[in-house]
Design a protein around this ligand. Structure first.
Ligand code: PEP
Ligand code: MG
Length: 587
């Protein structure tokens, strides 16, 4: 197969090389997980039993065929029985279970994909059409397998043999992304999505190379194709030559070495050349991510996206997490951070983070009942969460962060709810931190344009640049069709950021950035030059941002940053940004 290259939107860092694993829609859409070594033989047997069952079924259907049945029907059953006894169908998937530890369904579908691709290349039309027969046989086996779905072994963690699989899909929901955390995938490639879609955010937080918005990659890439993802360039190379693989392996090794070197900065505070300290915090999605935050040398958690505890719940977990479950999750993060602040954002569901699949029943979900709007409409859910967060505050330093606020009454109502949650805990004599700080996300332009309303009532601010850009520029952050309009250095964005940092400074309250801009090394100097002193980002990006700050003279940047804020000419902004980035002004 000839090699070809696909260009998409880079959303993460690094290089990965591996085999494509296609997430398939509908009929052949099966569960994917790895079985533990000790369960491999049982899994092989499970598939073998299913194959045997289908063989017996085919035989009994054949023997019970009515005498007047069309002769083709018998021939058809013969073909299916023959296919099923062919080692390429009946034995190869068993080998896949043994060597790759795939679950039975996944192994079967993988092999069917391989065979289908071979059939596609056959000249003879009749033979080519036998592909459909193979798929039908496979579907029969899958039906038998899924009929016993309750006894499936559970997914297991990272497995060396499978550590080079790259997920290729039309799109991956945030909830599905979370499931991949338990499996050893090393890259993500999707047709849809934008720079700050939640798929992108999760892949960044996992530190896994990913490219999104590739158009129709999932149709062009075939199961088991070799792929190279160069995340920095937003490029996916399909079926690369061995020489190219070797070149990228070398590049990968250089990057890994550089990353290792950065690891040595873990305990070094992020102090600029002119002695200004910048606080670097980590964004987390689940409590266990706090370990990576600590490992990366974060001074705390600047954004705990609590909604990930609420999404994609199935089976017994189907209901929303109880106060106790949430409390334990928040407490775990707080305790892991050992006294460092943990900023827990209250439930930010809706839009591209639906609580349930198929929740998109409104025209403009991003402008709909999201985040704080949802919480104020569902006070019981909000109060339960606030109690859980407050209870966790007894075990360290907790800050509460409210998302998507635009109105003064939303601030007032949120504060009143927090007071109500506190009062209920006081009555029950349950410990919590009375002085827990409360802040708001600045992520709607209206908020950035009415900061006095916020600074008066709140203890801190945190800028969510992902949504701020989405709402200011009126582009859907998850829509790859408008991804080219997602411009974080648009003058309007820079003005809003500058207004926010000035207002917070004037009111003497802390302001952080927790959106994607905080983890973009190309913007670090601009942001700290503007006055931001707290940046929260995926842990994997923290070390290189720290190094950038260690090499920056902030005072020397200020004149150029002022110039950037005075011009509305995008080209001049870009030129000045390059100067700032290279800090040529110093010399
Ligand atoms: C943001 O909007 O920038 C942000 C940090 O929140 P989220 O990406 O979860 O919407
Ligand atoms: Mg947001």
């Amino acid at each position: 197969m000839a090699s070809f290259t696909l260009q998409g939107i880079p959303v993460s860092r690094g290089i990965t090389i591996g085999r494509a694993h296609l997430l398939r829609p509908a009929a052949m859409d099966v569960k994917h997980y790895l079985v533990a070594q000790e369960q491999v033989e049982a899994e092989v047997e499970r598939l073998q039993r299913a194959i045997d069952t289908v063989q017996l079924d085919l035989q009994s259907i054949w023997s019970e065929l009515p005498t007047d049945a069309p002769t083709e029907l018998g021939a058809f059953l013969d073909v299916h029985a023959l296919i099923l006894s062919d080692p390429m169908v009946s034995e190869a998937p068993l080998d896949i279970i043994r060597t790759r530890h795939y679950n039975a369904e996944w192994a079967l579908v993988t092999q069917v994909d391989v065979l289908s691709a071979q059939f596609d290349e056959i000249e003879d039309e009749y033979l080519r059409e036998r592909k459909a027969d193979i798929q039908q046989v496979a579907e029969r086996v899958l039906k038998v397998l899924t009929g016993s779905a309750d006894q499936l072994p559970r997914a297991v963690g990272v497995d060396e043999q499978n550590a080079n699989m790259i997920v290729v899909a039309k799109d991956i929901s945030p909830a599905d992304m979370m499931q991949f955390r338990d499996v050893a995938f090393t890259g993500f490639v999707t047709d849809e999505g934008g720079t700050n879609s939640h798929t992108a955010i999760v892949s960044r937080s996992l530190g896994i190379p990913a490219v999104v918005g590739l158009g129709n990659a999932s149709h062009l890439i075939r199961q088991d194709d070799w792929l190279i993802i160069d995340s920095d360039a937003g490029v996916v190379i399909v079926a690369p030559s061995p020489l190219l693989i070797e070149q990228y392996r070398q590049q990968q090794a250089v990057l890994l070495k550089a990353r290792k070197k950065l690891g040595k900065l873990k305990k070094t505070p992020a102090i600029s050349l002119d002695g200004i300290e910048v606080t670097l915090l980590a964004n987390i999605e689940l409590p266990e991510d706090a370990h990576a935050a600590l490992e990366a040398g974060a001074s705390g958690v600047g954004l705990f996206r609590s909604e990930f505890l609420f999404m994609g719940r199935t089976g017994v977990e189907q209901h929303l997490p109880s106060e106790e479950e949430q409390f334990l999750a928040y407490k775990q993060a707080v305790q892991t951070m050992k006294g460092r602040p943990v900023t827990i954002r209250t439930l930010d569901v809706g839009a591209d983070k639906p609580l349930e699949h198929g929740e998109h029943n409104i025209l403009n979900p991003a402008l709909g009942l999201r985040a704080i709007r949802y919480c104020l409409k569902e006070p019981q859910i909000f109060l339960t969460q606030l109690r859980a967060i407050l209870r966790a505050s007894a075990f360290g330093t907790v800050h509460i962060l409210i998302p998507m606020i635009a109105h003064a009454f939303e601030i007032d109502q949120s504060l009143a709810m927090i007071e109500q949650a506190k009062e209920s805990l006081r009555i029950e004599r349950i410990a919590f931190d009375e002085n827990v700080q409360v802040g708001a996300m600045i992520e709607i332009p209206a908020a950035a344009l009415s900061l006095p309303m916020f600074v008066k009532k709140l203890d801190f601010l945190s800028v969510g640049t992902n949504d701020l850009i989405q709402y200011t520029l009126a582009i859907d952050r998850a829509d790859h069709e408008v991804a080219h309009l997602y411009n974080d250095t648009h003058p309007a964005i820079l003005q809003l950021l500058s207004m926010t940092v000035s207002a917070a400074e004037k009111a003497a309250i802390p302001v952080a950035i927790c959106g994607g801009m905080a983890g973009d090394i190309k913007l670090t100097r601009l942001l700290i030059g503007m006055g931001f002193r707290e940046l929260s980002m995926p842990a994997a990006l923290l070390p290189e941002i720290k190094q950038e700050i260690l090499n920056t003279n902030i005072a020397a940047l200020e004149p150029a940053v002022k110039k950037i804020l005075r011009t509305y000419d995008p080209q001049v902004i870009q030129e000045l940004l390059t100067e700032v980035r290279e800090q040529r002004l110093l010399h």
